[in-house]
Design a binder for this molecule. Structure first.
Ligand code: NDP
Length: 480
């Protein structure tokens, strides 16, 4: 009889990361102290330890960053497209060279498992810079009947779920198309963006082309409302996205919004069940469910419900929750106390509404913010957990009988970002995809990303595309 083996952790060392005690903003090619004279803490959500102090961007700080960007634009416009390409290529290479450091820092500051930051986030970051490096000198040839020019100063505001990857999705196409950038990372995850600023300096990017101001929503609103910012690219909540859209109405500034989602992951009875269970788990538990395109609504055909849920619960119980720097961890820390409270409140509403809850057995580390992988069954489409974006490791299940009913339930949401379809029949997949209101649809897989593939939503999930040739158009306007 073999005894049960005890668990051996495999911790990635954090010694590779050299953190400063405090950071300034990155303006005009160097780090500067905040004019606001204020700093705020950035902590590790898995230990609640202080990692560093970061500058708060007040109005004067944003004014300096935008003034620097305006000057930077004059220089950047004179740089030949082929040379813009070389800068992007160099940035991509430097990110690759320091990829381990970036991955560890991303997991420390944001709480995501090192397995994901190391194998997904950071490789995708450098891939985006390589990809857009390739476009910089081909823009003239890409649209046969129209001529385009850059907006000028692009204000970019990004969230905390994929801090460096969202930076890459925004900065790489902006620079490739000849724009300059003022970027604000999320309040809880500024550190990899600050390290990226060091990389820009190392790559010799001309001063003022990339500027970084750290801060909170107030800082973001100074960028949005600055008269010399020509284009806003925002990823975050639908609530803030709508506020930004209202502020920009009538200003003539460019705007792209990548907002929330409540994706349906549809499993038909003819799907390969084990493969679909894996895909559903990846769809919702990847990055603690802090994913705008997460497959957070499982739509399952009634005939396979019992079998599927049994397998799903068994698989969920195998998920290892804990230290993000442990290479075996599947689910890391919830990004902030505030987000943990939001998830907890929504889950409580699901129980009070009458949903049946299943949560895995797991021990949490002493400090930090954690939530058990959670599955709801017996959910009605009207429950808040079936309608609102939970942005945590919580899956809600709704059953359907016919493909028509699946489409009706899937589209019965104000969002339209992504969806998944599981079936062995290609014709059924195409029939379903044709009828779903979603910007990205995966079949027999989920959460697959590629820099050459456009990403973005419909309805309250926003507008504009990031990635691919379509993504370039988000940073170009017609030159009439
Ligand atoms: P927010 O939309 O508030 O934050 C996104 C970014 O916008 C952050 O950098 C934030 O700064 C900044 N910001 C906040 N208010 C303003 C403003 N008025 N003007 C300009 N910029 C602003 O998302 P939260 O972090 O508060 O998360 C709330 C919910 O949003 C989550 O629970 C989730 O449902 C959803 N969300 C969706 C994301 C997506 O990818 N679709 C990403 C993140 C969140 P700061 O960080 O300092 O607040």
């Amino acid at each position: 009889m073999v005894e049960k083996w005890s668990y051996s952790e495999s911790i990635e060392s954090s010694e590779i990361v050299n953190l400063e005690k405090k950071y300034g903003h990155f303006i005009n090619g160097s780090f500067v102290s905040p004019k606001s004279k204020k700093y705020f803490d950035t902590i590790s959500p898995s230990t609640e330890e202080l990692l560093s102090k970061v500058s708060f961007g007040g109005k004067e700080d944003v004014d300096s960053a935008v003034a620097s960007a305006k000057e930077g634009f004059k220089t950047w416009t004179k740089v030949k497209p082929v040379d813009r390409s070389k800068y992007l290529f160099k940035i991509a290479r430097l990110i690759q060279e320091r990829s381990r450091e970036f991955a560890v820092l991303e997991s420390m500051d944001g709480g995501k498992p090192i397995r994901e930051s190391r194998d997904v986030d950071i490789p995708q970051v450098s891939a985006n810079f390589f990809y857009f490096a390739g476009w910089a000198d081909k823009l003239e040839l890409s649209w046969s009947n129209s001529k385009f020019k850059p907006y000028g100063v692009a204000g970019q505001i990004i969230p905390w779920n994929f801090p460096l990857l969202m930076l890459a999705w925004k900065v790489a196409p902006a620079l490739a198309t000849g724009n300059v950038v003022v970027l604000k990372p999320a309040e809880t995850t500024p550190l990899t963006a600050l390290m990226f600023a060091q990389i820009c300096a190392e790559a010799g990017l001309p001063d003022g082309v990339f500027n970084l101001v750290t801060g909170n929503g107030e800082t973001g609103s100074y960028i949005v409302n600055h008269k010399d910012v020509d284009k806003i690219a925002f990823t975050g909540s639908t609530v803030v996205g709508k506020q930004i859209q209202a502020s920009l109405a009538g200003t003539g500034k460019g705007l792209t919004l990548e907002l929330g989602g409540k994706a349906a992951n549809i499993v038909y009875e003819d799907a390969s069940i084990d493969q679909a269970v894996e895909g559903v788990v990846n769809g919702i538990f990847f990055n603690q469910g802090h994913v705008c395109c997460a497959g957070s609504r499982l739509l399952i055909q009634e005939s396979i419900q019992d079998q599927f849920i049994e397998k799903l619960e068994r698989r969920m119980q195998q998920l290892r929750v804990g230290n993000p720097l442990d290479k075996n961890t599947d689910i890391g820390a919830i990004n902030s106390k505030q987000q943990l409270e939001k998830i907890t409140e929504l889950v409580e509403s699901g129980v009070n509404d009458g949903g049946s809850i299943y949560q895995t057995e797991c021990d949490f580390p002493g400090n930090g913010f954690w939530f058990k992988p959670t599955l709801f069954t017996n959910v009605q489409p009207a429950y808040r957990i079936a309608r609102e974006e939970i942005f945590g490791p919580v899956l809600t299940t709704i059953t359907f009988r016919t493909p028509e009913e699946a489409i009706e339930i899937a589209n019965n949401t104000e969002y339209g970002l992504s969806a998944g379809i599981w079936s062995e029949k290609g014709s059924k997949i195409l029939w379903t995809a044709d009828r779903l209101d979603a910007g990205v649809i995966w079949s027999n897989t989920f959460n697959k990303f590629d820099p050459s593939s456009p990403f973005g939503g419909y309805k309250e999930s926003g507008f504009g595309r990031e990635g691919g040739r379509h993504g370039l158009l988000s940073y170009l306007k017609e030159d009439k």
